[in-house]
Design a protein around this ligand. Structure first.
Ligand SMILES: Nc1nc2c(ncn2[C@@H]2O[C@H](COP(=O)(O)OP(=O)(O)O)[C@@H](O)[C@H]2O)c(=O)[nH]1
Ligand SMILES: [Mg+2]
Length: 197
């Protein structure tokens, strides 16, 4: 896939720092360390989002503008539910994530990431019905697919599809070797264009 024109817009640590609502936003959501920032970088073909080996580092929401036929924004949310971050810190992030997802009118959809080796946990089981109830379109991608041999990936795809009660297969993807990036990009464009269109 060719490089996409993208630029960092702003970070917010609290709701009153959110930028004015504009073009459609696709929120990238998932546990800390699942590969949100790496996937954003792989999708746009440039290292615009900061990645980290140390889980639980990002406490901010970051907006990236994508210049496309239908301009839209990718929004890198802080990771939820990381066990090694103490409970007080985790609880302090929750309102930020929830207020963004619950109130943002320009939210066009959610790209929900699940580590292909870990499968779904309570947070995803809670989150998917919440999105469905709000009628927020979402796509599920299984990250770090390079860490599983090809013959094991489809088993995880079926398992996550069944566990979350999805109609479509989740998309296995690797930000490391770019496998599956095109399919995730098309799914993201689909969410953005549905809102623009
Ligand atoms: N093998 C592999 N490692 C990945 C992949 N995506 C992310 N990582 C690694 O996982 C760690 C966390 O990635 P990051 O994008 O910062 O996760 P975030 O906390 O969800 O934003 C980093 O060490 C990345 O290099 C991938 O597709 N394959
Ligand atoms: Mg990150």
């Amino acid at each position: 896939m060719s490089k996409v024109s993208a630029r960092f817009i702003i970070s917010a640590a609290k709701p009153d720092e959110f930028p004015a609502e504009g073009s459609p936003e696709i929120a990238v959501v998932g546990r800390s360390n699942v590969g949100k920032s790496s996937l954003i970088n792989a999708l746009v073909g440039t290292a615009i989002a900061r990645t980290s080996r140390t889980p639980g580092r990002t406490r901010l929401i970051n907006w990236f503008e994508i210049l496309h036929k239908y301009p839209f924004q990718l929004v890198d949310l802080p990771g939820y539910g990381y066990a090694e971050v103490n409970k007080a810190t985790r609880d302090s992030w929750r309102p930020l994530i929830e207020s963004y997802l619950a109130t943002r009118k320009s939210l066009a959809g959610v790209l929900l990431l699940v580590d292909i080796r870990r499968g779904i946990q309570d947070e995803e089981l809670d989150f998917v019905p919440w999105l469905e109830q709000k009628q927020t379109p979402f796509v599920v991608a299984l990250t770090k697919s390079d860490k599983l041999p090809k013959n094991k990936r489809m088993l995880e795809v079926s398992k996550v599809k069944k566990d979350l009660g999805l109609r479509r297969d989740p998309l296995p993807v690797s930000a490391q070797d770019n496998d599956g990036i095109d399919a995730v990009w098309r799914a993201v464009l689909g969410l953005a264009e549905a809102k623009s269109g």
